[in-house]
Design a binder for this molecule. Sequence first.
Ligand code: NAD
Length: 410
Amino acid sequence: MNQNQPPRRDFLRYVGSLAALSAPALAAANDKDQVSFPPIYAKTEKPEKGEPAADPMNERVGVAIVGLGRIAVEEFLPAFGSSKHAKPVALVTGDRAKGLKIAHQYNIPESAVLDYKDYEKLGSMPEVQAVYIALPNSMHAEYTVRAAKVGKHVLCEKPMANSVAECQQMIDACKKAGKKLMIAYRSQYEPFDRALVKMIRDKRLGDLKEFISVNSQNMGDPKHWRLKRSLAGGGALPDVGLYCLNAARFLSGEEPTEVIGNTWSTPGDARFREVEESCQFILRFPSGFMASCSTSYAAHKSQMFRLNGSSAWAEMNPAYAYHGLKLKVGRVEEGKEHVSDIALEEKDQFAAELDHFAQCIQQNKDVHTPGEEGLQDQRIVEAIYESARTKKPVKLAAPGKTRGPEPQEE
Ligand code: NAD
């Protein structure tokens, strides 16, 4: 029997062990506060696993939310409800009425609702240890650098910035200030992707050969900042195509050595006067692993990937959604194709990402997705655009280390 293809019983046992993975975080800092109970169920039942203890409010990392748009208000702020190590303590917004409404919901004092022009006041607010930047892409660099200068750690939304030069400025500013910089790659912290990374590293798919992925959505408002080059930096590629690109990298653990890109905008479509409607790209990796990705701002929402290894495949569909992720694995055993649904408990991806960031601050550890990870994606984005423009493949030099230690399971 192929050593990459254990008998089905073993595979099921292995899949069962993946269910023990929960939202990643560093080892609980507060074991002493953990309340535990003796087992109640028979040994044949799934082991009980209570939630780890949460930090008391006065020990949590205080975060200022910068920009109160969709991702901040609809996903990130609600995630503090599941967070164990962070709390929202300030808001930065150009719309004070909106800021006050949200401040009341989260018990943030009115005095901690700041306008963008008062951003530097964060420096004299010791309750704010870190900022979360959820502004249009072109503003990420400026607000990261300004936060570092007033002594705050930074969690910055993807894409990191609009150019390699801006990414480097952000890294340099945080390094100079001795502050952490993490890019909000939520997929790298959620349980299904974590389980798949483990399966890949354990060679359960054999050798990785192909990655095929789509991340598309149909944009409506032609005036939205995402369709303005100066604010967005590009179209579908840096916004949603980035998920495919980043997944190909973090799942394989390899870095591409060559890219081929193509972009397209439907002539006369008012939405795509400044940025591309769609982008198709191929990434070639050193082992021979290949990623073929497509992203569009004019196709019905579709968020999937298929990873073909030499002895099994894995598929996530949806792969990049906020909720309802589904992971299937297909393999042949005793001459028959078996497809397993990997049933894991859903965890709030934003809370998992936030708690990793908060615990790295509390324990002074390196983050898993630092600025170097965002910089490498930006280098590849720029190479894809160059290839699309020149209609030639573009070679990429190997980067230095882009990721910190794997997040531990809590
Ligand atoms: P959004 O348009 O809903 O919010 C942007 C916020 O920035 C608004 O509050 C707006 O008022 C403010 N703003 C300040 N100056 C502005 C200006 N000059 N022009 C436009 N808006 C300005 O956008 P969003 O969807 O919340 O995206 C914000 C960031 O988060 C982007 O970088 C985006 O790529 C990222 N994002 C990440 C995820 C994820 O899953 N990690 C999902 C969505 C968005």
